[in-house]
Write a protein that binds this ligand. Structure first.
Ligand code: OGA
Ligand code: MN
Length: 296
């Protein structure tokens, strides 16, 4: 199976075409997609129509799959497969959630620049989002997803700053990212289930061997620093890393599959009309070790 790769607008995003992701892909195609991800960090397939099972089976070719915080909760769920994350504003009966719905409010944390699951001791690698239903354009925005390349962000730091931050360890905490948007009402037991995790601030991205910043809205403070100093440094670095010149904004079309590497990018969702359905499905691959154990 041939894989065509067409770089788009920014240096780190590319459109891929060739394979039908609904049917099993061979090892050579998996390798070719990995090469594109290692080079570009964000890759886009258009016009795919995947069931949740097909998305899961495709994603599983790239590593073991995460069961996310929301799917791990007890109770009824809209989607049947726990490895498929429900990135939508719909409830268990496919109705648009009310504005004060807790799950909707919790998921609004995705509007802050972040990398997924950095609060887990062993975080994740690839995120794969498939667009099923999209809202029409609105005054609030169109529900785009923006991505920023943290290798470019690292490369463009002043040399003295690179040296000063090398070796720093940052505490990542999902309850901190939610606190920033004023959301604190978690189900009983969840705070105990997801304690904060320490992560390296500067990592070597295994796919490209380039140094990268590991930042996220979950990043709360620098270990062994006063909280205020660390938080202010993280805000400065995030402002640097998310300048428009480092950002690719993805305008969704139904059928898109967008894959990004959480180890070397941040992303955020953009606003849209909350009265309208927006339904994306996500599969996420797990890493094998803590960033503290990985050579950096
Ligand atoms: C995600 C995420 C943003 C969006 O699925 O991990 O952050 O635009 N999504 O839905
Ligand atoms: Mn995310």
């Amino acid at each position: 199976m041939s894989l065509e790769c067409r770089p788009i607008s920014t240096e780190f995003a590319a459109e891929l075409s060739g394979p039908d992701l609904a049917v099993p892909i061979d090892d050579a195609t998996v390798d070719a997609i990995w090469s594109a991800i290692d080079r570009y960090a964000v890759v886009i397939f258009r016009d795919q129509r995947l069931t949740d099972a097909q998305l899961r089976d495709f994603a599983a070719r790239f590593g073991p799959l995460e069961i996310g915080r929301s799917a791990a909760r007890p109770g009824r769920r809209r989607l049947a497969i726990p490895q498929i994350g429900d990135i939508s504003n719909l409830d268990e009966d496919n109705r648009v959630r009310m504005l004060d719905d807790r799950r909707r409010l919790d998921s609004l944390g995705n509007r802050l620049w972040h990398t997924d699951a950095s609060y887990m001791p062993v975080p994740v690698v690839l995120g794969m989002l498939h667009a099923v239903t999209l809202p029409p354009p609105s005054a609030f925005g169109n529900g785009e997803t923006e991505f920023a390349d943290m290798r470019d962000a690292y490369d463009t730091l002043p040399e003295a700053m690179k040296q000063a931050i090398d070796g720093l360890i940052v505490q990542h905490d999902v309850f901190w990212s939610r606190a920033q948007i004023g959301f604190t009402e978690f189900p009983p037991g969840e705070r105990e289930q997801y304690p904060p995790s320490p992560q390296r601030l500067v990592r070597v991205h295994q796919g490209s061997k380039r140094k990268t910043l590991y930042l996220s809205a979950h990043a709360s403070h620098v270990v062994d620093w006063p909280v205020a100093d660390g938080r202010l440094l993280l805000w400065d670095l995030t402002a640097h890393a998310t300048q428009p010149r480092f950002v690719y904004s993805h305008t969704w079309r139904v059928g898109d599959v967008v894959i990004w590497d959480n180890r070397c990018t941040m992303h955020r969702g953009r606003p849209h009309d909350e009265q309208q359905a927006r339904d994306l499905r996500r599969a996420t691959t797990l890493d094998t070790a803590s960033t503290l154990d990985q050579a950096a």
